[in-house]
Design a protein around this ligand. Structure first.
Ligand SMILES: Nc1ncnc2c1ncn2[C@@H]1O[C@H](COP(=O)(O)OP(=O)(O)OP(=O)(O)O)[C@@H](O)[C@H]1O
Length: 289
């Protein structure tokens, strides 16, 4: 599938800073994929997202959305932001109205949608992100996970082709994270390209089809999770941990793992381990559950 977003040699330096936040960043987001953007604090993930929605503009280089260079004219930017939705790390910065129902409807009203269509779309989003019962609850009374899902619902309501999420699971407990990921899975199945910046290497490894590693505003590596996480030393040198499953896999003697693909989930890891033990010990089944 064609690239959904392309950065060509983008340079950006914030005012009064010595170092550029993006240094000739060249990178592509494959259309239809789930891409994880990883990198240490300050590596440029948020700055990358702010360029993708035209809030920041390259000082050198260019950004293309679906193969077309971004135009910074006001009406073109409005169209870009309908196609590319950004969910900020802190939902407090994104939620402006009093309740989830009002907040989700707000953007749609701005698009000029009629009230009946707004109601239908709003109900669809509340259902998708399991927010129906919270529709009329004051936002300040919601938990962080509920606020994050509300902010996501508000962006998804615009039906963007490309969805950018800045650390959507940070500070969420496992249940809230699972609810958010389930919502994202439905959206991805409907054809939305999703990009997630995350510090959670286990999530990046199990969730993404494509991984981009940023370091000091440049792209250090891009590829499948198996390829990106196969180099143990390289990521550690950047201060990034290997995902637990990959770490365990690579800690097995090479004679056991060679010729096999690295498992991506705990289930796949257990299945592989069982196969290995059956082959190596000739016992019928190790019985790992
Ligand atoms: N508003 C700003 N003014 C000046 N410098 C900034 C501003 N925002 C970010 N920076 C700098 O730009 C660089 C990239 O920051 P950015 O927020 O894009 O990184 P990040 O990878 O998203 O970090 P984190 O993982 O901590 O969220 C950092 O050196 C940061 O200090």
């Amino acid at each position: 599938m064609a690239d959904s977003l392309t950065f060509e040699g983008v340079v950006f330096r914030y005012p009064d800073t010595a170092e550029p936040a993006l240094r000739e960043l060249t990178v592509s987001i494959p259309g239809g994929c789930k891409t994880a953007v990883i990198g240490h604090n300050g590596s440029g993930k948020s700055t990358f997202f702010l360029h993708a929605v035209g809030i920041l503009r390259p000082q050198q280089g260019r950004v293309l959305q679906a193969g077309i260079p971004v135009s910074y004219a006001k009406k073109d930017l409005a169209a870009l932001r309908r196609n590319v939705g950004l969910v900020l790390q802190d939902p407090e910065q994104q939620l402006i109205l009093n309740t989830p129902g009002e907040d989700i409807s707000f953007g749609l009203r701005g698009m000029g949608m009629n009230e009946a269509a707004i109601k239908t779309r709003c109900l669809e989003m509340l259902d998708l992100l399991k927010l129906e019962e919270l529709k009329d609850k004051p936002i300040h009374q919601l938990s962080l996970g509920q606020k994050k899902r509300t902010a996501l619902a508000g962006v998804l309501a615009m039906k963007p082709e490309l969805l950018l999420l800045d650390e959507p699971t940070s500070y969420l407990d496992p249940l809230s994270e699972a609810q958010l990921l389930a919502g994202l899975e439905s959206v991805h199945k409907q054809g939305t390209t999703i990009v997630m910046a995350t510090h959670d290497m286990n999530l990046a490894y199990s969730w993404a089809d494509w991984v981009i590693v940023l370091d000091h505003g440049a792209c250090l590596a891009a590829g499948t999770p198996e390829a990106v996480f196969s180099g143990r030393g390289g990521l550690r040198a950047l201060g990034l941990e290997l995902p637990l499953i990959a770490d365990l896999w690579y800690s097995l003697p090479a004679r056991y793992t060679e010729g096999r693909s690295v498992p991506r989930s705990a289930e796949a890891f257990k299945t592989m381990l069982n196969q290995l033990l059956v082959e190596r010990t000739e016992i019928p089944e190790y019985g790992m559950k």
